[in-house]
Design a protein around this ligand. Structure first.
Ligand code: NAP
Length: 324
């Protein structure tokens, strides 16, 4: 749609296509709100870059990309209009809210559900991308199970890295935590648990220079570490590498419009998905720096749709009646 065309109006505009966005869409559609969902640059979100998912309840094993295609089909079947586009600008200062997309299409909306998710922060080295899903992961809860009896490396020094290292000792025979400094950022209680665990070794003052592996079958065989003190290189054998150097929530669209917590996460009222602007809701990894699971994101997507429905019933009952 060229930018000169009149904007399309949606009662509920959902931005993002991970478990939070699609679940919000299913609930909003079943509330007869005819939601419009803009998928964003990575339709299906973070689960599309994983392989086996074994903690999506009801499926012992499901491929991440397949699960997301099923969620998309479900949302569409229930009556969601799913748009393959990227929201590039969002104006929450006036009602109806306005969104402009990469294609030039514009939307106005009475309520907006933000579900743009977060991306794991990656090291940014080429070998990391090459082995993603083949031994390199950013989620121990998702992938730890595949490393039973194997040796793994965790990179990072914050709470996430320490929690992931501890969690991985349930499966791995040895876990090496690689940190670029000589002290951890993680809370003391977690550090104590880490230091007490006989399966965990520390590689202090070290950065991952390269992830080493084989092409066929594609898999990780180790990491080359570079000392941050003298630049020296050494190879550490490993079957898996977990990158735990933080997450980056995709909150650029609302920066300066909504209060963000440290790290850029959208602030919501406790126990709800309501943001500081009435009619704007946030769900999933965009607002959650604690749980970060597909199933918790889906739960928050449900909450956002119910919150949006209640909001519209209070402020725009005519809109709901018209939608019905
Ligand atoms: P974080 O606290 O930002 O820690 C990131 C870690 O990764 C830091 O140790 C940092 O090193 C390291 N790092 C960053 N970039 C790196 C790079 N390019 N190469 C190597 N190392 C790099 O992130 P987080 O651990 O994911 O935690 C995020 C937030 O969630 C925090 O507020 C945390 O407290 C919270 N959280 C809480 C819990 C809990 O309460 N149980 C659990 C998980 C997370 P430096 O230390 O040298 O900067």
């Amino acid at each position: 749609m060229p930018e000169t065309d009149a904007p399309r109006h949606a009662h509920v505009l959902i931005i993002g296509s991970g478990p939070a966005g699609y679940t919000a869409a299913v609930y909003a559609a079943r509330a007869m709100l005819r939601p419009v969902l803009i998928q964003g640059g990575q339709p299906g979100g973070q689960l599309t870059i994983t392989t086996d998912v074994e903690n999506w309840i009801g499926d012992t094993t499901v491929q991440g990309p397949d699960l997301m295609l099923r969620m998309e089909a479900h949302a569409r079947e229930m009556g969601t209009e799913i748009v393959s586009d990227i929201v590039t600008a969002l104006d929450l200062s006036r009602r109806p809210f306005t969104a402009v997309c990469d294609s030039g299409a514009r939307y106005t909306a009475d309520a907006v559900i933000l579900a743009t998710g977060a991306q794991a922060r990656w090291l940014g080295i080429a070998s990391e991308g090459l082995f993603q899903g083949f031994g390199v992961s950013a989620c121990a809860t998702c992938d730890g199970f595949f490393f039973r009896g194997k040796e793994v490396v965790v990179v990072g020094g914050g709470n996430t890295a320490v929690e992931e290292a501890l969690f991985l000792t349930n499966f791995a025979s040895k876990v090496t935590l690689v940190h670029r400094r000589d002290s951890l950022r993680a809370e003391r209680i977690l550090q104590d648990r880490l230091f007490r665990n006989p399966k965990i070794e520390l590689a202090w003052n070290a950065e991952v220079d390269e992830i080493l592996g084989t092409d066929s079958p594609r898999g990780v065989t180790g990491v080359r570490l570079r000392s941050t003190t003298d630049g020296g290189l050494r190879v550490l054998p490993a079957d898996g590498v977990f990158i735990a150097i933080g997450h980056v929530p995709a909150s650029e669209l609302v920066r300066g419009q909504l209060p963000l917590r440290e790290g850029g996460y959208v602030e919501v009222e406790p126990g709800s998905t309501r943001t500081a602007i009435r009619g704007v809701f946030a769900a999933g990894d965009l607002t959650d720096d604690v749980y970060r699971q597909a199933v918790t994101s889906a739960g928050m997507g449900c909450m956002a749709a119910l919150d949006a429905e209640r909001f519209l019933a209070a402020v725009a009952p005519d809109a709901i009646a018209a939608a019905e």
